[in-house]
Design a protein around this ligand. Structure first.
Ligand SMILES: *[C@@H]1O[C@H](CO)[C@@H](O)[C@H](O)[C@H]1NC(C)=O
Ligand SMILES: *[C@@H]1O[C@H](CO)[C@@H](O)[C@H](O)[C@H]1NC(C)=O
Ligand SMILES: *[C@@H]1O[C@H](CO)[C@@H](O)[C@H](O)[C@H]1NC(C)=O
Ligand SMILES: *[C@@H]1O[C@H](CO)[C@@H](O)[C@H](O)[C@H]1NC(C)=O
Ligand SMILES: *[C@@H]1O[C@H](CO)[C@@H](O)[C@H](O)[C@H]1NC(C)=O
Ligand SMILES: *[C@@H]1O[C@H](CO)[C@@H](O)[C@H](O)[C@H]1NC(C)=O
Ligand SMILES: *[C@@H]1O[C@H](CO)[C@@H](O)[C@H](O)[C@H]1NC(C)=O
Ligand SMILES: CC(=O)N[C@H]1CO[C@H](CO)[C@@H](O)[C@@H]1O
Length: 366
């Protein structure tokens, strides 16, 4: 039985985006796997308009909650401007914003003649937008009369001006300080606590009131909640909860990118690293793909994504193309349920079954 169907097609800026609502209850990780093997990935959401389209998808709002592709970013958390620009670390004022990783205050306010402060991004403050002429570099600043959360402020600045204000030099800082009077205002500086499954930064966020909270400490995955009058606002849940989910597919996906990892890991460790940092352990589905990955040299062998269940790829693809070395798979040592590929001649490109607990280099794809 299949419960999934195309629920919306959206054309924007030369991209056809298809959303798929999958009415199977899965954990966040299972949902991610499912989307990656059947479509492209769990959905990522980048605007209020896109959010409205999604809330309108038939059936979605009848659910208690549905997964989206957002989860807490386990990697390095660094301060960034809202357009992705790095911060000018030689400005002394930046050093006032400390770097402790546990702190949940991930957005920055400034006040005339005082230090910069970190605050909980859900708090409401006045904010300063800028309208920037990209050619001349000239800026106009607008200070809001009302108070909003940082992400709401970001939406408003982008809708009505260019962006929340970025400050790259002491001169710009001085000019801004002279304008804000005694107000405390959000600027465009934040820390990327959340990350989309497709690795895009989460520059639009639409949390329900008081969310994301730190309830249970392990609530590291985000969904749209529809019960309790939440109307599809974002809530952080434990990743092991089970909900239906939304996948997407666009027509931009070109070839794959390969990432060769020179660390010796077991097959399962390798799988986890590939899925955490890229998309998956590499699958080899044709002579053409085999040729692409045989360019690695200087080592003996690597893990590829094939394992024995019936033989299938870790992304769920069936193994229609196979390229075993003579006499393989032989399950010689028993339990040889994972597949390595010889790199060193004379068997370069040929496959062998191995114990999954052996440690070797591996190749991820994205
Ligand atoms: C995706 O579809 C749009 C709309 O039909 C088209 O303009 C665009 O060229 C397509 N992009 C690719 C990479 O095929
Ligand atoms: C969503 O549904 C509402 C009410 O039916 C409608 O007014 C609105 O135009 C829809 N929005 C989108 C983006 O489809
Ligand atoms: C960064 O800050 C330093 C000193 O605070 C300043 O001299 C420099 O011009 C700034 N860099 C940019 C790109 O604005
Ligand atoms: C915070 O830590 C990161 C990584 O350790 C470092 O690159 C960055 O410069 C630090 N930022 C500040 C403002 O100290
Ligand atoms: C901020 O400091 C400058 C000089 O340090 C001073 O001239 C100015 O009056 C101060 N502004 C406020 C609002 O305190
Ligand atoms: C931006 O600046 C350029 C160069 O100074 C000017 O020609 C142009 O008219 C400006 N654009 C707007 C929208 O003000
Ligand atoms: C952040 O602020 C909001 C609104 O003031 C609050 O409800 C929420 O609990 C805060 N989050 C954390 C993690 O403290
Ligand atoms: C090989 C690689 O990039 N590994 C990184 C994957 O992500 C984790 C944390 O998310 C890092 O600790 C690894 O270094």
């Amino acid at each position: 039985t299949t419960f999934c169907f195309v629920v919306a097609s959206v054309i924007s800026q030369h991209v056809i985006l298809q959303y798929h609502f999958v009415e199977l209850e899965k954990t966040w990780g299972e949902a991610q796997n499912y989307c990656r093997s059947h479509y492209q990935d769990l959905i990522s959401i980048h605007s209020a308009q896109q959010m409205e389209t999604i809330r309108n998808i038939s059936g979605v709002s009848n659910e208690e909650a549905v997964w989206i592709g957002l989860r807490r970013n386990a990697g390095v958390r660094q301060w960034l401007w809202s357009n992705g620009d790095p911060v000018n670390t030689s400005m002394s004022v930046i050093k006032q914003i400390s770097n402790e990783s546990k702190n949940i205050k991930n957005c920055v306010v400034i006040k005339t003649n005082t230090t910069w402060q970190r605050e909980n991004c859900s708090k409401v403050n006045h904010f300063i937008c800028m309208k920037e002429n990209k050619t001349s570099g000239q800026r106009e600043y607008h200070i809001s009369s009302d108070e909003r959360s940082w992400f709401e402020a970001l939406e408003i600045c982008r809708r009505d001006y260019t962006d929340l204000t970025r400050i790259h030099s002491p001169e710009q800082l001085q000019e801004i300080q002279s304008k804000i009077g005694n107000k405390k205002v959000w600027i465009g500086l934040y820390r990327d606590e959340w990350l989309w499954s497709n690795r895009k930064p989460a520059l639009f966020q639409d949390w329900g009131q008081g969310e994301p909270n730190s309830g249970g400490n392990n609530e590291n995955c985000a969904g749209l909640q529809f019960d309790n009058n939440r109307d599809g606002k974002w809530i952080n849940f434990q990743c092991t909860d089970s909900f239906p989910f939304l996948c997407y597919q666009d027509n931009l996906s070109t070839g794959r990118q390969y990432h060769f990892i020179q660390e010796e890991k077991t097959w399962f460790e390798a799988l986890e690293i590939c899925r955490e940092n890229y998309t998956d352990l590499v699958s080899v589905r044709s002579q053409k793909e085999l040729k692409e990955i045989k360019t690695i040299s200087g080592i003996t062998a690597i893990w590829i994504g094939l394992y024995r269940n019936v033989w299938q790829w870790s992304n769920g693809d069936p193994a229609l193309f196979q390229n075993w070395n003579a006499g393989e798979p032989d399950n010689a040592g028993k339990d040889e349920n994972c597949v390595g590929m010889w790199i060193r001649n004379p068997s370069a490109g040929k496959w062998k079954d191995s114990r999954c607990s052996e440690e070797t280099y591996f190749l991820c794809s994205q």
